[in-house]
Design a protein around this ligand. Structure first.
Ligand SMILES: Cc1cc2nc3c(=O)[nH]c(=O)nc-3n(C[C@H](O)[C@H](O)[C@H](O)COP(=O)(O)OP(=O)(O)OC[C@H]3O[C@@H](n4cnc5c(N)ncnc54)[C@H](O)[C@@H]3O)c2cc1C
Length: 264
């Protein structure tokens, strides 16, 4: 069947979010386009100074990839926290990027690593920095008719250090608060990139905490406390399970633990 211009169309990747949405009639596309048999979207390769990952690469494949282990350690650190094995066997990195759930690990990690999202449509291809891609709850910079094709992530250099920490009720649940951190060096801290997930309406860069810690040793207690205090309380979201105040406190704890883990 070929969709015409008047029909609503939606791509199906791992189906771990879309299938429940279809079941609940939250999503009701007239045409579903299954990406699962497009082998050209399932690759992990090094290209110059980036790791290039196809949109249909599943979490489990990423977890078993020596390239990811060696060149994108922050991604490798985050993967075991995504749901459970059965979900990771089907869920894809492109699906997570396109869905833009602010509680998801991948968008925050990609933003912390200054990744680039490659998108395609009938009109061609364009590249969008992760920093500008995630716009709100389930909202991205994707235009009508655009697909996530792949993700480019700069290779980690030898001095690079990374930290990741999330607080969830049970392992595999979405985080109540979590943070992904990258630094060029840690004693003193340089080029810190700190991005939270599960706290705001999108992956949240902690701009003030980055500035506070720049030039300080990562285990400097006064700097850690100042960084914790600098988190933007006004951007924290509350829900029926976790109030905004509690979320701020959890974010502070996650930040300190992620940073201290980098000193080990
Ligand atoms: C029990 C359970 C627990 C979970 N826990 C977590 C968790 O802790 N952390 C986490 O991050 N996620 C979690 N998830 C979500 C899971 O990671 C999803 O698989 C993922 O968010 C979406 O990936 P997918 O490949 O399944 O995409 P799908 O469900 O197939 O698609 C999701 C959305 O993206 C669109 N889409 C998919 N691929 C593309 C593309 N290439 N281009 C454009 N649009 C596209 C679809 O049309 C749809 O709107 C959980 C899911 C379940 C069922």
């Amino acid at each position: 069947m070929i969709a015409d211009d008047t029909q609503t169309c939606q791509p199906l990747a791992g189906g771990q979010s879309l299938m429940p949405m279809l079941n609940l009639r939250v999503a009701q596309p007239e045409v579903l386009v299954d990406l699962n048999r497009i082998a050209a979207l399932s690759f992990i390769e090094i290209q110059n100074d980036v790791v290039h990952i196809g949109a249909m690469v599943r979490y489990t494949a990423l977890m078993h990839s020596p390239l990811i282990d060696k060149h994108v350690p922050l991604l490798a650190m985050a993967l075991p926290y995504i749901a459970h094995q059965a979900v990771r066997n089907r869920g894809t990195i492109g699906g997570s990027v396109a869905l833009a759930d602010p509680a998801a690990e991948m968008p925050a990690v990609l933003k912390a690593l200054a990744a680039t999202i490659v998108v395609v449509s009938a009109h061609g291809q364009r590249e969008i920095p992760a920093e500008a891609f995630f716009l709100g709850i389930y909202e991205t910079a994707l235009d009508e008719g655009e697909l996530v094709h792949s993700i480019k992530i700069p290779l980690a250099t030898s001095g690079h250090r990374f930290g990741f920490y999330e607080l969830a009720r049970r392992h595999g649940d979405y985080a109540m608060a979590g943070v992904a951190v990258s630094a060029q060096s840690i004693n003193p801290c340089t080029e810190l990139s700190i991005v939270f997930f599960g706290v705001a309406d999108q992956p949240l860069r902690a701009v003030d905490a980055q500035a506070v810690l720049e030039g300080c040793a990562i285990s400097d207690n006064a700097a850690l406390t100042a960084a914790q205090q600098s988190l933007p309380a006004e951007l924290m979201l509350g829900d029926t399970g976790v109030s905004a105040d509690t979320r701020l406190q959890l974010a502070r704890v996650a930040l300190k633990r992620a940073l201290l883990s980098m000193a080990d």
